[in-house]
Design a protein around this ligand. Sequence first.
Ligand code: ADE
Length: 351
Amino acid sequence: MKTIISACSNHLKDWFLLQRRPLPWRIDPTPYAVWVSEVMLQQTQVAVVIPYFERWMARFPTISALAEADSDTVIKMWEGLGYYSRARNLHAGAKYVVEHFGGILPKDAEALSQIKGVGPYTVGAIRAFAFRQKAAAVDGNVMRVLARLYDMHEPIDQPKVVTRLRGLAEELLPEEEPWVVAEALIELGATVCGRRPSCECCPMRQVCQSYAKGTCEQLPKKAKRVAIQKLFRIVAIIQNAHGLLLRRCEEGEIMHDLHEFPYFDVESGGIDRAVVDASLPLSLVWQYDLSPVEHAFTRYRVQLTPMVFHCASTDSVAGYQWKRWEELPELAFSSGHRRILQAVIKQGITP
Ligand code: ADE
């Protein structure tokens, strides 16, 4: 145990200071920059996050600027990152910080925890990386590292194991520059101690209990496996003299605030015109089909089969809106439907 702690302070710290990636949120880790980056990094790869983070900070450079933005702009800036509740929580959180803390993130864990969407991980990250306090930020990466360091075979998705892992992470933090070890654990999990570990490059190899026992590939263990559900949808791209028929997803839907074409769930893949005709009160003229688009979100894998129609009517349709082509760049689309829109534009049927 003692050896692991001292190896963290020595080998891991040296390794991190030498090897760390020059990530944009590390240049000036203000509390706001850490908050935004850590929320973006939940469920999303670093390479995907970088351009989003840079655009976000240019558009909303302060917590007050974010609080004042309208929600359509916030969602548009998040378009394509997925898990949109993260953007809505950041926006609500910024308003809360302006109202309760004068636009400045507080330093203590209890006050930080009051902010919407700021859970124990983000609290730890803000305290460690921005305020340089002795705090651990334990995400999935760090849990994987710790499960291996201590050769823990209990499932890491159980609350009591998570609490234990947080305790172990805190024990590893030295008094001097604890934030370096806190961030090094994340970096190690992200770059070396991944799902397929590269033990030969690991600064902790000498003290890693799972490396010694040859169990790295089996760890960490999880109790629950998320069952992936496959969905099939027919997507109708309907154009009239006004533009395209779209729907803005409502509160309670996964894609809340994003735009989508009318779509209809079907049992299996393939073209099914009758579903579209039966579901919309419009007389449609079929134009062409596009290749199916595969799209994944939360626990779903969906196959979208797009069909393009023309419609002579300009009547309004309950639950939908006709949107002009010029308006489309300003609207946020869910990723699968954005790709379909791009395919339609490529076909050149736009006016
Ligand atoms: N993943 C989660 N947080 C991170 C961070 N601060 N740096 C790099 N990868 C991360």
